[in-house]
Design a binder for this molecule. Sequence first.
Ligand code: GDP
Ligand code: MG
Length: 166
Amino acid sequence: KSGFVAIIGRPNVGKSTLLNRIVRQKIAIMSDKAQTTRNKIQGVYTTEDTQLVFIDTPGIHKPQSRLGDFMVESAYSAIREVDAVIFMISADQKRGKGDNLIMERLQNCDVPVFLVINKIDKVHPDQLLPMIEDYQTCMKFTEVVPISATEGNNVENLLTTLEGYM
Ligand code: GDP
Ligand code: MG
């Protein structure tokens, strides 16, 4: 099994932290050579029977503007080329314009979209359900996975879940 996974989300939600953790825990290749302007390969997660290639989608959070259109469109083209999308949000931040913009564009996505709520170490567990329900009013997610990228909570479960859809 193998597949490409795009990680998208507003700045500072913890995308790089998650990638670093995945790469640190498992045999992985950090590839600079494989980069293109469109898809930036950040890390490869490999087990005996699965390979997940994680890609960054720079500029996807940026508000629409004439100048920004090209970058934003490139990022969304990248999304059309992957097998799954992780939409990452931060448990300690309210849903904002950036999140709404991303979800508008993910509505018509025909690959699985996973809502990953990061930084659960920063909030009381009771806060998660209302947050999940709020996001689910915007769009339907394949799965919702709460994690802490810094603590490592539930990261293994996220990887197993992703593998299941490859
Ligand atoms: P990115 O812009 O989405 O790539 O976000 P980064 O990975 O650079 O993380 C932004 C900040 O959030 C950094 O200071 C991280 O240490 C912090 N951060 C990331 N994940 C977590 C988490 O699970 N818990 C906490 N408390 N902080 C986190
Ligand atoms: Mg980053």
